[in-house]
Design a protein around this ligand. Sequence first.
Ligand code: HEC
Ligand code: HEC
Length: 474
Amino acid sequence: MRQGMKQSRGYLPVLMLVVSTVVVLAAAHNALSESESGDCFWNPATKQCTPDDQIFLQPVAELSPTDTVLYEEGMKQFKASWSVFPLIDGEWGLGPTFHASACIGCHVNGGRGKTVDDASKTSFQQLVRLSLPGTDAYGEPLPHPAYGNQLQVFGIYGESLSNPVVGEADLRIDWEPQKASLADGTEVELRRPQNRITKLAFGPLGEKTLISLRNTPVVYGMGYLDAVPEADILALAAKQKSLGLNGRPNYVKDDATGKQLLGRFGWKANQPTLKQQVAAAHMGDMGITSTLYHEQNCPKVQVQCQNAHTTGKHELTDQAWNAVTFFLAGVEAPKRPLPDSDKYIQGEKLFRGAGCTGCHVSELKTGKFPMLKAIENKQFYPYTDLLLHDMGDDLADNRPDFKAGGRDWRTAPLWGVGLSRRVNGSMDLLHDGRARSVLEAILWHGGEAKKARDQFANMKKEDREALISFVHAL
Ligand code: HEC
Ligand code: HEC
């Protein structure tokens, strides 16, 4: 089902005509992005050709020479491998428990994570959030007493080889097939993940534990999302009521001040700023302390973890933290010349007509952004409203996160989505990576998006294809 057509650009129109009755939908919807593979990506802004693996790592235009130095430093840090004292390679500070040793290990080439189809292999570009029911005084989910708020699958060697820090558990995913039928009789095979968490080192998780699987998202265009004025996002929420939608902002804790801020990052918008997101990723995914998160991630029962030799309180220096934040703020979302074809125009019309733009808002504008003036007051096209929507039971993780309920997810930005597979081979969409294509992603939409999903499922084949090609071109 997932095999796209490997045709060169020239063949495609002819081929599309000939095979329209034969090719299954799931193959056809990849046509636009796959048809470009093999070429490099032509960037009209820089008038340069970018190799596929670099498409999601291009800087915004107009970086000053000083900006460029900081950007490069941040990119180096983003790619750097963290290691355990006193190994020679890498920055010291990894662990004591961790999920990966470099940002780029999950955000491969700046792109999304790839799920593991083989259930005998550990899944490491997806992670699992954990909590107990209830919240703390700030509305934050309560960490599991033995495993914290995220499962760490690896551990470093601690005090001695005979007394190592072990990973907390092993994470595998079993995929359960599920069928969806479209109005014209086409059947599409979907898959739903079942977490298989084994080798739990500190006892069972317990029945009450809330578990949420998350795939690694893309990280371009983060500066733009950080720089949208809050008032604009709230205005979108207010406007949506008239469309029968119920987009809501998340409000989350600013860990530096304890204040409530609008959530913007993460699948449930549970991080308020890019800067905090970056420190939280260092701590949560790699066990790297910083001036924001001083303490190693070692719940009380994890004695080896607590006794492990670590390099101190601030493994991530403020300089490195700023550099990574600046780098991510400065990574451009891929821009393409808008195809001036009938099919594209038709696709856009259908996308609007089905109500996709209610949530996937095409155009936003940045306001003030002192960190990177180059992106201030700029129009941009992310296809998100940064709001939470009830997406129905099928997508629910039933794990609330601040104001986000168990069925709520932040509208995923759609910019650049069609280039995903070219950049690192992954087109695994939605919060847990279950959808292997835009088609599958749409068919999982429920809740507030059920109407849009059903409109799509009722379209005739050519229209579905035009809509999907349009999404691939964003
Ligand atoms: C184990 C894999 C993994 C590693 C390693 C990792 N990330 Fe992530 N990253 C994720 C996942 C999964 C999410 C979504 C988390 C969520 O929503 O709960 C995410 C989210 C993000 C986001 C927000 C994206 C958005 O659209 O809102 C940014 C920015 C980010 N990570 C940066 C980093 C940085 C910087 C590092 C290195 C310090 C890093 N990540 C390391 C998996 C990883
Ligand atoms: C009610 C709001 C809403 C509407 C309407 C809506 N979406 Fe979404 N969309 C979302 C949310 C929220 C997510 C993230 C869900 C998740 O990760 O589980 C999402 C995810 C996606 C994704 C996956 C992106 C990724 O990076 O994983 C695609 C593709 C997509 N939507 C396309 C569409 C199309 C096409 C339509 C119209 C047929 C549509 N959506 C209508 C809210 C909406």
